[in-house]
Design a protein around this ligand. Structure first.
Ligand code: NAD
Ligand code: DAU
Length: 361
């Protein structure tokens, strides 16, 4: 890859991917198209390695003319598509934006790629459209069900996952109908640097540091498969380089703790670092609050295909990844403060947690 268009590269995973690609590929240029919604932050892009090779463009994936222009002018040979509305709770409170960005936005991007790459034939080198998707398209698992694999039937349960499922189908259709060279990855829950503190792990770190309640939806026994974000970036890069077009790959962290276990682990790490804090032991801050409607109970990813075919494996385990993440937040308090002081963030916290007083865990 010589010239990559990353969409949503000012968000959590996108900004980690931009950093990873610049480091891994010394000659490549990364064009970063981001609409800078509440989830996109210029602070996520400070300290990029070799930042001369990073071109930031503030714009919308729905602007097909703009995307076509970027593809032509920069001779783009790979699109890595992260841009999306990504938070399940927000999709429950306001699904319309998810349909617009995740479905219509992906459609617009596919149309631009079809026009410039296939109709105009402007790019002579091999090209690739990589779509970043989620394990949530598979729905929920019972306690004894086998992990999701690439052939598991789609059964999305939230407006977010339904919009991602829909975009996956569009991407697949562009391969079968027009021969657009696509790959799709379905990944489990990411955590790590630059994650916006509306998601479980950074929210718990932030609240635990401030001695605020740690909200646990329902009984806290829901299970997620957690992956350190750099491992996800590496997996996407392996798929770009060695993945077969028209194929999908499952990515996951090979661990399935309950939410209660995750929150407890974060509390223990912080108690070890700050034994004399007035908030220690922080597990006393845990509160059971009203459950998320339609809350998926359990996710687990079977990653044997990507292990076998592309020799990719997660490098970080949950214990080491969580420690790294807590330490990253502690050494980036300025970043956290700039995000938290944002008016839109405060509004969100009030909207989602206002009636959630909770009871002690
Ligand atoms: P995020 O919410 O942190 O970032 C999304 C980014 O997309 C933001 O920078 C935002 O400004 C940008 N964006 C939104 N609408 C846009 C538009 N119309 N045009 C251009 N840019 C736009 O999301 P994330 O957690 O980094 O997730 C990135 C992708 O990975 C998403 O597609 C998500 O579905 C997928 N994914 C996320 C996870 C996870 O655990 N976070 C796991 C699997 C898959
Ligand atoms: O599985 C991949 C998905 O992971 C991605 O596709 C999504 O973009 C990403 O947001 C994430 O979705 P989840 O809903 O699983 O992540 P979240 O961090 O919101 O929640 C993780 C679990 O923690 C979930 O069971 C809900 C629970 N939770 C979450 C929050 C924010 C709580 O108990 N309390 C909370 O305050």
């Amino acid at each position: 890859m010589k010239s990559i268009l990353v969409t949503g590269g000012a968000g959590f995973i996108g900004s980690n991917f931009v950093r990873y690609a610049l480091e891994r590929e010394p000659d490549c240029v990364v064009v970063n198209l981001d609409a800078m919604t509440y989830a996109g932050h210029p602070e996520n892009l400070v300290d990029l390695p070799d930042s001369d090779r990073h071109i930031f463009v503030e714009g919308d994936i729905l602007d097909q003319n703009l995307v076509e222009k970027l593809l032509r002018e920069n001779n783009i040979d790979a699109i890595v598509h992260f841009a999306a509305e990504s938070h399940v709770d927000r999709s429950i409170l306001g699904p319309a934006q998810f349909i617009q960005t995740n479905i219509m936005g992906t459609f617009s991007l596919l149309e631009a790629a079809r026009k410039v790459w296939l109709e105009e034939g402007s790019q002579t080198a091999p090209v690739r459209f990589h779509h970043v998707s989620t394990d949530e398209v598979f729905g929920t698992l019972g306690p004894e069900d086998p992990a999701f694999n690439e052939n598991t039937r789609y059964a999305p349960n939230s407006p977010y996952s339904a919009s991602k499922a829909s975009s996956d189908h569009l991407v697949r259709a562009y391969y079968h109908t027009y021969g657009l060279p696509v790959t799709i990855s379905n990944c489990s829950n990411n955590y790590g640097p630059y994650q916006f503190p509306e998601k479980l792990i950074p929210l718990i770190i932030m609240n635990a540091l401030q001695g605020r309640p740690l909200p646990i939806y329902g009984d806290g026994k829901q299970i997620r498969d957690w992956l350190y974000v750099e491992d996800h970036c590496e997996a996407i890069y392996e798929i770009l380089e060695k993945g077969e077009t028209g194929e999908t790959y499952n990515i996951g962290g090979n661990n399935q703790p309950t939410n209660l276990e995750i929150v407890t682990q974060i509390c223990t790490i912080l108690d070890e670092i700050f034994p004399d804090s007035p908030y220690t032991p922080r597990k006393d801050l845990m509160r059971f609050v009203k459950d998320r409607p339609g809350h998926d109970r359990r996710y687990a990813m079977d990653i044997s295909r990507i292990q076998r075919e592309l020799s990719w494996e997660p490098k970080e385990n949950l214990e080491s990844g969580l420690r790294k993440t807590v330490n990253w937040y502690l050494s980036h308090m300025g970043w956290l403060e700039s995000i938290v002081q944002d008016e839109a963030f405060e509004k969100w916290i009030r909207a989602n947690y206002s009636d959630q007083k909770g009871r002690e865990a």
